[in-house]
Design a protein around this ligand. Structure first.
Ligand SMILES: [Zn+2]
Length: 151
């Protein structure tokens, strides 16, 4: 996943670190950093879709992720997120051909729940959005795929 450097997103202080897990066979039942058990927790994720394409859009998806409270790391599985984002794209921006997306932060749960029944403008959403502190990359190789002389 490319790390983009957009301007500061959202009005809330930066919060959480984020991992987008591209490995289908890795379900992250333990935290890759501290190795404690993770647990499922629902986060409204603020997602930028379409890269630099002029018809880019932002989506907020309520998604149950794996969470490590000690490290404050939110982990989402790419294979679960992809179809949800594609569904949104087909509705919001069917002409958008750039399917890149970047999960940028979280929206306050309470505000997000309210927005489901009372749609909110972009400014209001950003008032309740916190950008991630960092995006972490998983360095994972399935057992047996690497040799001892590799690091
Ligand atoms: Zn941890």
């Amino acid at each position: 996943m490319k790390k983009s450097k957009p301007g500061r997103l959202g009005m809330l202080p930066k919060r959480y670190k984020f991992i987008l897990n591209p490995y289908v066979d890795l379900r992250l039942s333990t935290c890759p950093k501290c190795e404690r058990l993770t647990y499922p927790r629902k986060f409204p994720l603020f997602i930028h879709v379409g890269g630099t394409d002029p018809s880019y859009f932002s989506a907020i998806l309520g998604k149950t992720c794996k969470y490590c409270p000690k490290c404050e790391i939110i982990m989402a599985h790419k294979d679960e997120l992809d179809p949800l984002i594609e569904e949104q794209r087909a509705i919001v921006a069917p002409a958008l051909t750039n399917k890149e997306y970047l999960v940028m932060g979280t929206v306050e749960l309470k505000f997000w729940k309210k927005s489901l029944t009372e749609p909110q403008g972009r400014d209001e959403v950003l008032q309740h959005t916190a950008q991630f502190k960092d995006h972490l990359t998983l360095h994972y190789r399935p057992a047996g795929w690497y040799r001892d002389d590799e690091d």
